[in-house]
Design a protein around this ligand. Structure first.
Ligand SMILES: O=C(O)CCC(=O)C(=O)O
Ligand SMILES: [Fe+2]
Length: 273
């Protein structure tokens, strides 16, 4: 059945809807679009939509990141890949003891203007419905976290994101400004499942095994989504002079999903409760 709604689309001014008809999923072209994302997701663990956001909106987001730079929380810390305290009771080679470094500047959701283009996109139910359709879920929810559900992150030269599994089930990233070099998103799709932590496989990646790794190509305006809860991933240190700027949009199957206090303090220097 085709969608006959005529409600104004809150993001029509900056999303390439000809190529990416997220407002019209019930139509033939909408179904074909969802099917092609599903196929890419099954093959690579990621769905990468190049040029999803038009250049003017990308520029607007970069400008917002600059204007709010003094609100960004400068994080430079070590943590485990699980964002739990290191477990001293397991052998040293166990990933539950392994610590990595993450350094970045995160501008929390509550600082970002309501009319910021990608905030309008995130808050539209269409984007959530699109992701649910690709993932084959009846219903998905935006994260309930007032700081982390949506944010803008700047990685300055030398900063990086250590290997980790996300606390949220699904994430979407929107790239505004890639680094000149470095700052690559590397991931090991499906390294763990809900039933199998695969600590041996995780330990191998942490020890430098690159055989199961993929690199996500990135360009300004690209939108990508992946199962960050199951894919171990990291962002390599930024090289060159250009900061890497992007957003992460988070989703879950439960409506009450929030960061734990440890992770919230780590990423934003405060908790939301
Ligand atoms: O910056 C990225 O590309 C990924 C960010 C990420 O993995 C995270 O914030 O959990
Ligand atoms: Fe992540």
């Amino acid at each position: 059945m085709s969608d006959t709604t005529t409600a104004p689309v809150a993001y029509a001014d900056f999303v390439d809807l000809e190529r990416y008809p997220i407002h019209d999923l019930g139509s033939e072209r909408g179904r074909a679009f969802v099917a092609s994302c599903k196929a890419e997701m099954d093959a690579t663990g990621v769905c990468n939509l190049v040029g999803f956001i038009r250049p003017e909106a990308v520029d607007a987001m970069v400008q917002i990141a600059g204007e709010l730079a003094d609100k960004a929380w400068p994080m430079d810390r070590t943590h485990t890949v699980y964002f739990e305290k290191p477990d001293e009771s397991v052998p040293e080679s166990d990933p539950r003891r392994h610590e990595v470094r993450s350094a970045k500047h995160g501008i929390a959701y509550d600082y970002l203007p309501e009319d910021a283009p990608v905030r309008r996109l995130y808050e539209s139910d269409d984007l959530t419905a699109f992701i649910a359709a690709v993932l084959g879920k009846d219903k998905l929810y935006r994260s309930a976290d007032p700081l982390d559900a949506f944010q803008v992150t700047t990685f300055y030269p030398g900063e990086e994101l250590g290997w980790h599994f996300d606390r949220s089930e699904f994430s979407m990233t929107v790239m505004y400004q890639p680094a000149d070099s470095g700052g690559e998103f590397l991931y090991a799709p499906g390294l763990r499942t809900d039933d199998d932590e695969n600590y041996d496989g995780v330990a191998e990646v942490l020890a430098g095994d690159t055989s199961g790794l993929k690199v996500l190509p990135s360009s300004p305006g690209s939108l990508a989504f992946f199962r960050g809860e199951h894919a171990l991933h990291h962002v390599t240190p930024i090289e060159g002079d250009t900061p890497r700027i992007n957003s992460v949009l988070t989703y879950g199957e439960r409506p009450d999903m929030k960061l734990n206090d440890l992770t919230s303090e780590l990423f934003y220097g405060r908790t939301s409760s």
